[in-house]
Design a protein around this ligand. Structure first.
Ligand code: ADP
Ligand code: MG
Length: 265
C-alpha cells in the first residue's frame, strides 16, 4: 500500500485520483479504503470476482453513485462537473447500451457522441463531420456506417459504441465488461484497438473485465478489487491464482478460479 500512497501524492499527470473512498448501496458497505490514481496514457484493467464492486467503483468514478467518505477527482474536477462533458467516454456492454426501440445507423450513433448541451441544435458543422469520419475509421466500420445498428454483430456494435466515445474526443475511456457477448476474433481486434488508442492517441483507459486472460494480454497495469483493492501493479507482476487466493484470505483455489474465469459467452 505504500507505493499507492506515493502515487496519490505525486499525481502530476494524474487523470483520476480516488482517495480513500467508501461506498454504500442500500445500506450495505460495498467498497472501502479505495485509493487509485491513474495517469494519462495508462491502460488499467480492473478485475475481481462477480459482485466484488467493479461496476460500483466505475459508477462512483462517473459520479452516478456517491461515496460516503473520501474523494474522487477526474481531470482535477469532481465527477459530473459540467467541465468534464465530452472528456470522459463510457462504454458498457453493447447490448444494454444501445437503444432498442430507436432505429439508428452506425453513423448516427457515432454522431450522437458529438452532441452536447452547447451544439445540440447546430447540426453537422465541418469539424464534427471530420470527427465522426475519423472515429468510424478508427474502429474500421466504414463499410457498415449506413447500416442500422440492430443488424451489426456484437463485436461491431461494441466498436460502434467505442466510436461514439471517440467522436466525443473523450480522453479518458471507461469500459465495463466490453468483451461480454463477442466472439474471440472480435475480442482480439477490440483489444488491439484499445491498445492503439493508448499508444497512438494518448487516451487513458480503465477497463473492467472478468476475462482475466484477455485483460492480461492488453492492460499495462492490473487492479484486483474485492471490497477493497487487493493488488495494484504492473500486469507482469499480477499474482497467479494461488497468490490471489492468499490475498483474499481464502483457502480453496478452485472457487476463485471459477469466480474470476466466468466461461466465455
Ligand atoms: N442497486 C444496488 N443496491 C444494493 N446493492 C447493490 C446494488 N447493485 C449492486 N449491489 C451489490 O453490490 C455489490 C457489488 O456489485 P457490482 O459493483 O455490480 O459488482 P461487480 O461489477 O464487480 O460484479 C454486489 O454485492 C451487489 O449485489
Ligand atoms: Mg459489473
Amino acid at each position: 500500500m505504500k507505493s499507492l500512497t506515493t502515487a496519490n501524492n505525486r499525481n502530476s499527470n494524474a487523470i483520476l485520483v480516488v482517495k480513500d473512498i467508501a461506498v454504500n448501496r442500500s445500506g450495505k458497505l460495498i467498497l472501502k479504503d479505495i485509493n487509485l490514481t491513474i495517469e494519462r496514457g495508462e491502460f488499467v484493467g480492473l478485475v475481481g470476482p462477480n459482485g466484488s464492486g467493479k461496476s460500483t467503483l466505475m459508477l462512483t468514478i462517473l459520479g452516478i453513485l456517491k461515496s460516503h467518505r473520501g474523494s474522487v477527482s477526474i481531470f482535477g474536477h469532481q465527477p459530473q462537473a459540467s467541465l468534464l462533458y465530452g472528456k470522459i467516454g463510457w462504454v458498457s456492454q453493447a447490448a444494454s447500451n444501445l437503444p432498442k426501440d430507436v432505429r439508428l445507423t452506425v453513423r448516427e450513433l457515432v454522431q450522437l457522441g458529438t452532441v452536447n448541451g452547447k451544439n445540440m441544435f447546430r447540426f453537422a458543422d465541418g469539424g464534427r463531420k471530420e470527427q465522426v469520419d475519423r472515429a468510424i475509421k478508427m474502429v474500421a466500420l466504414e463499410d457498415v456506417q449506413h447500416i442500422d445498428i440492430a443488424r451489426l454483430s456484437g463485436g461491431q456494435r461494441q466498436r460502434a459504441v467505442i466510436a461514439r466515445a471517440l467522436a466525443s474526443k473523450a480522453e479518458f475511456i471507461l469500459l465495463d465488461e466490453p468483451l461480454v457477448g463477442i466472439d474471440r476474433d472480435a475480442r482480439n481486434s477490440l483489444l488491439k484497438l484499445l491498445d492503439g488508442l493508448c499508444h497512438n492517441e494518448g487516451k487513458t483507459i480503465l477497463m473492467v473485465s472478468h476475462d482475466l486472460a484477455a485483460i492480461r494480454q492488453t492492460a499495462h497495469r492490473m487492479v484486483f478489487l474485492e471490497e477493497t483493492i487487493r493488488f495494484d501493479g504492473d500486469t507482469e507482476d499480477f499474482p497467479d491464482l494461488v497468490e490471489l487466493a492468499d490475498l483474499r484470505g481464502i483457502g480453496p483455489v478452485h472457487g476463485l478460479a471459477h469466480a474470476i474465469h466466468k466461461e466465455e459467452e
